[in-house]
Design a protein around this ligand. Structure first.
Ligand code: ACO
Length: 260
């Protein structure tokens, strides 16, 4: 396995399988299920490969010390008022450090590596059926404590719904960083354009002023023509129409006199 500078390997569910990787996943998956007292193994090669999940593996030489499996889930979340929201967070699906090395900071190393690579904060993740150990871990390192229990057993901390602004600016920051790496010239051009914009503002104000004057003039003219039209009977907007109306009315009156 290729190990990064922090001694961690990242596996993608869509990558090619090999027998050694299968062995590691099988053994760690079974040990994790046993440690959590689960009736079913939730991490196995069949359940991992050909999915969009990711697995972070901590190893030392030929020893595998721990695994952390994540994946995006579509969840229905019910708040205190009973209102249901649909959310799609990345979730911690399985997390296990071998008993011989627990409480030595390996869990923290794995978790932090995942946060860095996924560019996430702990409160923006969902947690599938977290064990008391994981709840203690999240409280100790990230002060995560408050959540509303859900029927689906996923824990979404109340801070998940906070700081939308910060999250957006974080995304923008990440996007800009990415752009800068891909095309530094483009980012420089954009920054220059942003700098030029404030100088154009007075010009825009002048244009706006002219538009306002034009609109005032037009509405004045409309008002005057409206006042003029009020002086005439509503059915006679011009001279000819007025005459026609007069003739029709007198014609009808004389016809009635004749009839009588
Ligand atoms: N009892 C209570 N809290 C514990 C325990 C324990 N036996 N082990 C770890 N913790 C918590 C504590 O907050 C601890 O701090 P403390 O020692 O000051 O009390 C902190 O985690 C230690 O942090 P790390 O050393 O970085 O964590 P570790 O390497 O032990 O990994 C992990 C944490 C993954 C939860 C590990 O204990 C483990 O594998 N447990 C068994 C399997 C398990 O419960 N996994 C979580 C399943 S839920 C899910 O995956 C969504």
């Amino acid at each position: 396995m290729t190990v990064n500078e922090n001694g961690i390997t990242v596996l993608n569910g869509n990558q090619k399988r090999n027998p050694q990787l299968d062995d590691i996943i099988t053994i760690m998956g079974e040990a994790s299920a046993f440690a959590q007292n689960l009736k079913q193994v939730i991490t196995s090669p069949i359940r991992f490969f050909q999915t969009d999940q990711k697995m972070y593996i901590k190893s030392e030489g030929k020893h595998c010390l721990g695994i952390l499996k994540i994946g995006r889930k579509n969840l229905f979340y019910r708040d205190l008022n009973g209102v249901i929201k649909e959310i799609q967070p990345i979730c911690v699906l399985d997390f296990y450090v071998h008993e011989s090395v627990q409480r030595k900071g390996i869990g923290k190393e794995l978790f932090e590596e995942m946060l860095r690579q996924e560019m996430l904060r702990p409160e923006k993740l969902g947690y599938d059926r977290p064990s008391p150990k994981l709840l203690g871990f999240l409280k100790k390192y990230y002060n995560l404590q408050t959540y509303i229990p859900q029927n689906n057993n996923y824990v979404i901390y109340s801070q998940y719904f906070d700081n939308k602004q910060t999250n957006i600016s974080q995304q923008q920051f990440a996007q800009k960083n990415h752009q800068q790496q891909q095309n530094p010239q483009l980012v420089n051009q954009q920054t220059q354009q942003q700098r030029v914009q404030p100088q154009q503002t007075p010009q825009k104000m002048d244009q706006l002023d002219q538009m306002m004057q034009q609109m005032t003039l037009e509405s004045k003219q409309q008002y005057q023509s409206f006042q003029k039209s009020k002086a005439q009977p509503p059915w006679a907007t011009d001279q000819k129409q007025f005459q026609n109306m007069y003739q029709t009315t007198t014609g009808l009156m004389s016809a009635q006199i004749h009839k009588k």
